[in-house]
Design a protein around this ligand. Structure first.
Ligand SMILES: [Zn+2]
Length: 442
């Protein structure tokens, strides 16, 4: 609880404008201020008369320091500058969460703990699964928080500024958003800032406002606050209607990719992975250890979440891009794109030859000769020597020679047969064969 009079708030706001973190000055200076309880947190409305609306009671309840108040204001400011706000009314909970995670990570990286500790406090009770992405420290006992390895991985990359909004959105969807829906429904989780799209029709923004928005956006980009070149408004047009076939396929593919992922010894790049380490140093995040120190005669140890350099982990994938796969390739590409953080890159496409495949603007870019030949995959396995690999094909391949079995076994190859494909030939290879579930009849 913080004592915060309207005059205190105005002092904090003018401090923020003077300090100008994240180039917020231009936009915030053009706004009038209004105190109201008709909105839950804080909201900027841009137009002929631009207003920053603030719920003082919300700030009093949840902020402990002036920096916390500033963090709430910067959160809303970033939504506006990044163009999230106009589009929020049409989007899903998962995309709202992803946008908030991106915004909070920028604030943490650029303004530090004094600001981002607000998010740690604010979400401390609700943080389950992907909701942890909103906090700069996914501290405390990870099991009780229900943080999966994958969420930790995403979290680490997010707070290093390596993920775009789309990456985070895909990760939230892949993790399942049921905890999120439930937390929002019960009111335990509230999205900060304007997530309703209210008052954000940008039809005739006054030129000085448009100019300030563009300026702030340009500043964020040049100071490296924005992750890559990908965080643009266009990225918000993620399809919201999920193809039911895609959902069933996604489950199958993600389970395989997770199970077959192995460290990539040939890739010298190291990634920072958040790891739980036991250290004889207490911190308030591990409350269980702190309590235990009160009665245990032993030197207490607490769980710390520390970044460790790890070899890149991913699944080596060979995707059949022969002519007979054309009908399914778009769906498979969508799924692989969603799980690209689980793929060894480049991953491989094959027809009569193996060629590297990459995603560009959501599309698969690779070469194909039209035919299907497993022999080129065998040669490629021998040359690159992965521990495990997944071959995705329709199975319409020439009968394989017996000596391929050894290579396939040595490199832990498993097959995934597309819908409408044939398992007849690949079953003879003595390796596990999985099939994609049938498409629902239309
Ligand atoms: Zn928000």
């Amino acid at each position: 609880m913080m004592n915060l009079s309207p005059a205190d708030f105005k002092t904090i706001l003018s401090e923020l404008v003077d300090e100008n973190p994240l180039a917020c000055r231009g936009v915030l200076r053009l706004c009038g201020t209004e105190f109201t309880d008709t909105i839950k947190t804080a909201q900027v409305t841009l137009g002929q008369r631009s207003i920053l609306r603030v719920n003082l009671d919300f700030l009093r309840t949840h902020c402990a320091t002036p920096e916390h108040v500033k963090a709430v204001l910067l959160h809303e400011f970033l939504h506006v500058v990044l163009g999230h706000t106009q589009r929020f009314q049409k989007v899903s909970n998962a995309l709202n969460l992803a946008a908030d995670a991106i915004v909070n990570a920028i604030i943490h990286r650029k303004c530090g703990d004094a600001y981002s500790s607000f998010f740690n406090r604010f979400y401390s009770e609700t943080a389950r699964g992907a909701i942890n992405l909103l906090r700069s420290r996914a501290d405390a006992d990870l099991e009780t928080l229900g943080v999966s390895r994958e969420t930790l991985h995403i979290w680490t990359k997010l707070y290093q500024g390596e993920l775009s909004l789309d990456d985070v959105y895909q990760a939230v969807c892949a993790n399942g958003a049921s905890a999120l829906h439930e937390a929002l429904k019960s009111g335990r989780l509230v999205f900060l800032g304007n997530h309703t799209g209210e008052g954000m029709e940008d039809l005739d923004l006054p030129p000085e406002i448009r100019g300030q928005l563009d300026f702030a956006h340009g500043m964020l980009r040049t100071t490296g606050a924005l992750p890559g070149q990908q965080l643009q408004c266009g990225n918000l047009t993620v399809p919201q209607i999920e193809d039911p076939a895609l959902k069933a396929w996604r489950t199958t593919v993600s389970e395989l990719l997770r199970r077959l992922a192995a460290p990539d010894a040939r890739n010298r790049a190291r990634r920072l992975e958040a790891r739980v380490v036991r250290l004889p140093v207490l911190h308030e995040g591990d409350r269980r250890a702190t309590l235990q120190a009160g009665w245990s005669p032993l030197l207490p140890e607490a769980n710390w979440l520390l970044p460790m350099a790890e070899p890149a982990v991913g699944t080596a994938v060979y995707l059949d891009v022969s002519g007979s796969m054309t009908a399914e390739l778009q769906r498979l590409t969508t799924i692989l794109l969603r799980f690209k953080h689980l793929l060894r890159t480049p991953f491989w496409a094959f027809s009569d030859a193996v060629t590297p495949a990459v995603f560009k603007a959501g599309q698969l870019v690779t070469g194909t000769t039209g035919g299907t030949e497993l022999g080129c995959v065998i040669e490629h396995l021998k040359a690159t020597r992965p521990q495990k690999a997944l071959v995705i094909t329709d199975g319409y391949v020439a009968s394989p020679p017996g000596e391929w079995r050894d290579t396939l076994t040595r490199h832990g190859v498993e097959f995934l047969i597309s819908n409408g494909g044939s398992t007849q030939i690949v079953c003879k290879l003595g390796r596990p064969v999985h099939t994609l579930p049938a498409l629902p009849k239309r």
